[in-house]
Write a protein that binds this ligand. Structure first.
Ligand code: SF4
Length: 355
């Protein structure tokens, strides 16, 4: 490839030739599908999204169908993808698109960002893929590619450096052409593909990289120095005692509460949570179960917290176990797939043995 070809031209050629094709959210200019895939792909592997994306679309084929759903059903379909604020925002965003934009996604990057849960990069993906707007995505993968390409020394833990990199990203976009939408689609997809397949976090495959001769980090043999990012603050640790009231008869029943709308696991179903062991034992004494099992503690990392979960199962009949003065529901084990559950809770409840 001649050395004079621009970054954008190389990337577009490479994407068309060697990039990823045939993913179910590619080849469409429908904002609903592009938006859904973008939100699912944040912090989640493509292989996992391949499983969830068609199921979600089957149940909610349009933004209107999603807007009309109950939040609980959206969270249930999201179960296992983690980072549930994405699902809650997805639902709120669908409602905003219907209420404020007549069910049609706005076509500009600037307006898209006014919707709940749509940040600059997701807005750029929708604007570029669906409307051909000349605006650059800059998600985590793309920041890594561009910071290596440009040997960008700014600390990407800082918003000001992220803004500077975005300004530079805008200068790399393809020139306006006779086929602006097709070029922006291939370019945007190329950025994603390069970050996902060659310019990976560890051991980037520079030998096969289509922009190697333009890459400043590679030229100076400093690939591993980029991106520059100071350490994320340490996660705070917290201990939770979880008390599962379990009636093993009739296929097995568990008593679950809905978590508050704010905070950890907001809106999801969960056994009662106690912040100290003494309160959990007081709740146990008030009901007198037929048997008690303390299960091994498990660790669960969230973005800002490290949870140490201490599960206890209290056995008995539904009539004898019903905790007084608290709101919750008895759910059959067979119904658990219909509600949103945090991943470690689902793993735990799946191990309960009915009679
Ligand atoms: Fe990334 Fe290597 Fe390509 Fe530079 S040459 S963009 S470091 S894969």
């Amino acid at each position: 490839m001649p050395k004079t070809l621009s970054f954008a031209t190389r990337l577009i050629d490479w994407q068309r030739r060697d990039g990823r094709h045939g993913l179910p959210w590619q080849g469409t200019r429908e904002p609903y599908r592009v938006w859904l895939s973008e939100v699912m792909l944040q912090q989640t592997q493509v292989s996992t999204v391949l499983d969830y994306f068609p199921r979600f679309l089957e149940r909610f084929p349009t933004v209107q169908a999603l807007a009309n759903a109950q939040q609980g059903e959206v969270l249930a379909l999201w179960s296992g993808l983690g980072y549930y604020s994405r699902a809650r925002n997805l639902h709120r965003c669908a409602q905003a698109v219907v209420a404020e934009h007549g069910g049609v996604f706005p076509s500009s990057w600037a307006v898209l960002q006014t919707l709940p849960g749509i940040g600059a990069s997701t807005a750029a993906a929708i604007a570029a893929f669906c409307f051909g707007e000349r605006v650059s995505i800059v998600d985590g993968n793309v920041r890594r590619v561009l910071s290596r390409l440009l040997a960008f020394e700014g600390d990407l833990a800082k918003t000001s450096a992220q803004r500077d990199l975005w300004d530079l990203a805008q200068t790399l976009l393809p020139e306006p052409s006779a086929a602006p939408i097709q070029d922006m689609v291939a370019y945007t997809q190329g950025l994603m593909d390069l970050g996902a397949t060659l310019c990976t976090r560890t051991r980037p495959d520079c030998e096969r990289c289509p922009v190697q001769t333009l890459c400043q980090a590679h030229a100076s043999d400093r690939v591993t120095d980029f991106p520059v990012k100071t350490r994320a603050p340490k996660r705070r640790s917290e201990r939770w005692w979880l008390l599962c009231w379990f009636d093993p008869s009739d296929g097995g029943w568990v008593w679950l509460q809905t978590r508050p709308q704010r905070g950890i696991w907001a809106g999801l179903h969960c056994p009662p949570v106690f912040s100290d062991e003494a309160h959990m034992h007081a709740a146990l004494r008030a009901v007198v179960p037929s048997a008690i099992e303390h299960w091994p503690a498990v660790s669960h990392a969230l973005t800002h917290r490290e949870l140490s979960l201490h599960p206890t199962v209290a056995y008995g009949s539904r009539q004898s176990l019903e905790p007084s003065g608290e709101s919750g529901v008895w759910l059959a084990l067979g119904q658990l797939s219909t509600v949103g559950l945090p991943k470690p809770i689902r793993t735990w409840l799946n191990q309960l043995q009915p009679k």
